[in-house]
Design a protein around this ligand. Structure first.
Ligand SMILES: Nc1ncnc2c1ncn2[C@@H]1O[C@H](COP(=O)(O)OP(=O)(O)OP(=O)(O)O)[C@@H](O)[C@H]1O
Length: 255
């Protein structure tokens, strides 16, 4: 059991991240206004909202890249003071290093956090690459991979440290439908396996319904509305009438 899981057991509140009266502005231009939000351990949240409402800003605040101008953010009941190694972040632009193979990219976070203690590292990487369907590609460099394969590599790099918080900013937006669906499935499976909290920014309402137990709608006023998602985990959701009804409802909310 890693130290990260230990911490989850110690903190019995059931809440992984708590935002209290969080406000943020860029040079005086308000973006996030007085947001109160609790993200439960092991739950998944899709963050939607019109372009420019501040979704990426909120994600960057939760990642510790930005500090709130007012209010506070706590992770596992402790004030967030910067980035933390238990938070995995995945963006649309992947920033894979051109000189690293798939295997090396997945190994890097372990090497950085474990130093010289190589015990079990290789086995962990090999197992994860297998789960993500990357075994055959492990010696390839980013320029030799398709967009979906690069996303899976970025996913491996993010998941190898067994994060408790997954922050994803439109990671599938540049992918074709079939590849997108396979990545969504991998994200769902891995998030559930790790019992990590997922905060997933997307413009795609279907994707939001597939990945989020709850939908967080960031409105133009900079505040967040939490909406239950009855479609989550429903089998064959895409063929389900309730799924489409929920899509239409959310689209109307967004307009
Ligand atoms: N570094 C920055 N400096 C100044 N303004 C910024 C900066 N980053 C974002 N903004 C502004 O803050 C607002 C929110 O941006 P943000 O990227 O968080 O929105 P978003 O909801 O993620 O947008 P989109 O859906 O288009 O990706 C926008 O008006 C944007 O122009």
């Amino acid at each position: 059991m890693n130290e990260n899981v230990d911490q989850r057991l110690i903190d019995g509140s059931g809440i992984l991240a708590r935002l209290r009266n969080v406000s943020f502005d860029y040079g005086g231009k308000p973006v996030i206004k007085n947001v109160n939000l609790e993200l439960k351990k092991g739950s998944s949240y899709s963050l939607i909202g019109q372009s420019g409402t501040g979704k990426s800003t909120l994600l960057n605040l939760a990642a510790g890249f930005l500090r709130p101008k007012e209010g506070s953010i706590e992770i596992l009941s402790k004030p967030l003071k910067g980035t933390r190694k238990e938070t995995a972040i995945m963006f649309q632009e992947l920033a894979l290093f051109p000189w690293q193979t798939v295997y090396q990219a997945a190994l890097m976070p372990l090497k950085m956090s474990n130093g010289k203690d190589k015990n079990g590292m290789e086995e962990r990487v090999i197992k994860l690459l297998e789960e993500l369907g990357l075994t055959e590609l492990k010696d390839k460099y980013p320029h030799q991979l398709s967009g979906g394969e690069r996303q899976r590599t970025a996913l491996a790099r993010g998941l190898i440290g067994e994060p408790d918080l997954l922050l994803m900013d439109e990671p599938t937006s540049s992918l074709d439908t079939v590849t997108k669906e396979s990545i969504q499935e991998l994200i769902r499976k891995q998030q559930q396996k790790l019992q990590a909290t997922l905060l997933f920014v997307t413009h795609d309402i279907e994707e939001a319904l597939l990945l989020g137990e709850k939908i967080l709608l960031l409105n133009g006023e900079g505040s967040v509305l939490t909406i239950d998602n009855p479609c989550y985990l429903r089998k064959q959701q895409r063929k389900d009438l309730a799924f489409y009804e929920q899509c239409i409802y959310l689209k109307e909310l967004l307009m």
